[in-house]
Design a protein around this ligand. Structure first.
Ligand code: SF4
Length: 167
């Protein structure tokens, strides 16, 4: 059975920087009942506490953080890059361990965002870009969706399972 990496905050776990969570989402609850979900909060797994100061990537490109060309900074300008990288590395370990091909991650997060992130100005401005973990997963060949793309994720799952021999 194909398993799916999911942001812990989308499962209602109170791991967001402000101590909140999100959901519930019917599709995620179905996948949980099927024991398909591998849950991860990259920021907490990378060593950050909850609650924690909000953080953004100047320019909003997580791939540049992976390449060592950008830092992740809190609103007080503390460098939290190492924790974000550590969280992405843990995500990659889970991918290898569980043979993951699909992830559903929280939109717009500097770790988890797959299409947009905040631009580093802490003004709420968004740019096209990925969070650090989302970029690492994409580079590893994982299809990354967000909570607004659950039907696309379900379609991708169905396609993968059709293509796989049943065993
Ligand atoms: Fe954790 Fe990602 Fe949710 Fe942020 S968006 S709280 S890093 S799971």
């Amino acid at each position: 059975m194909q398993r799916i990496l999911v942001s812990r905050c989308l499962l209602g776990h109170p791991v967001r920087y402000d101590g909140a969570g999100h959901g519930p989402f019917d599709q995620l609850q179905r996948w949980q009942a099927q024991e398909r979900i591998v849950a991860l909060c990259p920021e907490v797994a990378g060593g950050l506490p909850t609650p924690r100061p909000p953080a953004e990537i100047p320019g909003g490109q997580g791939a540049l953080v992976l390449d060592g060309d950008r830092q992740v900074l809190t609103v007080q300008a503390s460098d939290v890059t190492a924790a974000f990288i550590a969280g992405a590395q843990i995500a990659l370990r889970l991918v290898a361990e569980h043979g993951l091909r699909i992830a559903v991650l929280k939109a717009r997060s500097p770790s988890c965002g797959n299409l947009q992130t905040y631009d580093g100005s802490f003004s709420g401005a968004l740019v096209a870009g990925e969070g650090v973990t989302a970029a690492a997963l994409r580079r590893a060949g994982v299809q990354v969706f967000n909570e607004h793309q659950l039907s696309e994720a379900a379609n991708a799952l169905a396609e993968l399972e059709q293509a796989e021999p049943r065993g």
